[in-house]
Design a protein around this ligand. Sequence first.
Ligand code: F6P
Length: 323
Amino acid sequence: MNRIGVLTSGGDSPGMNACIRSVVRHGMARGMEVIGYRRGYEGLIDNDGIRMTSRSVSGIMQTGGTILQTARSKRFLDPDVRAEMVQRLKADGLDGLVVVGGNGSFRGAVELVALGMPVAGVPASIDNDIGGTDMAVGVDTCLNTIISAVDKIKDTAGSLPRPFIIEVMGRKSGYLALLAGLACGAEMVVIPEEPVELQALGKIIVDAYHRGKSMFICLVSEGATVTAREITDYLKLHIPPEGGGPRLSILGYIQRGGSPSAFDRILATRMGVAAVNALADGQHSHMVGLNGNRITATPFLEAAAMTPTIEPGLSEMAVTLSQ
Ligand code: F6P
């Protein structure tokens, strides 16, 4: 491998910059030229790449977002666009590519491999919904952001008799809601993996209110079968408005930004190095991952088949411990 590319794709996550830094500097240390493509697969199609140097990645380790920017590319879905693009990349002497992103990005990577372009993937998404790794880059920082936001909300929740319904991100995964719920001592966690019925769920909160439970924090994953807004509307009909009544808080995009935690910086750094090594060592269709405390490499298709599951008993544990 003499010349490799690096790009970030899909939703940004904290730690992507630490990963870019690691790919660039480790690639250079192994004698490679590293091209940084802007805006994910969009930049690859437009040939929007620049030769990275050690200096281009100075001072980025502690920043959220991605200096290469990112995109969810529609054009990339067109097989003719992809074929033409790979032909041009090969003619430019590109020997391989590191793709930092999530499930959609890796489906794209498989298409590139099929056209003869070696790819190594680094899992990065706050949702922690990627098979083949215990943790993706950005999850730990995001959890810390949620925890700090909920801790602040708890100050008000403990001062006035109002239940708080808090929506967190996660797409179809309840990982963020569940783990944040455990870390914050939330009274209830609602996740897509465990479908619930609005009336039954609402009754638990209403009963707790009438028993005099002074604080009730309900964390709802955005992909859950009942939404945070539906729960809040139900409670407004069943809880008297003293103290202001039930409150809804949607944490939104603050969850995706911010300076990466120590865990994410180290994870991103280790994974960036491993991705370059995978390409150099002939693993040409693999996603690197963290399994236990080991960095591994799993073929994309195998990783995609390993749907991450929620550890059994965790949500029960969260509820039991918050009583
Ligand atoms: O995948 C990360 C994520 O932040 C999800 O939790 C959320 O549903 C989605 O991205 C939002 O995506 P967009 O950037 O398209 O608004």
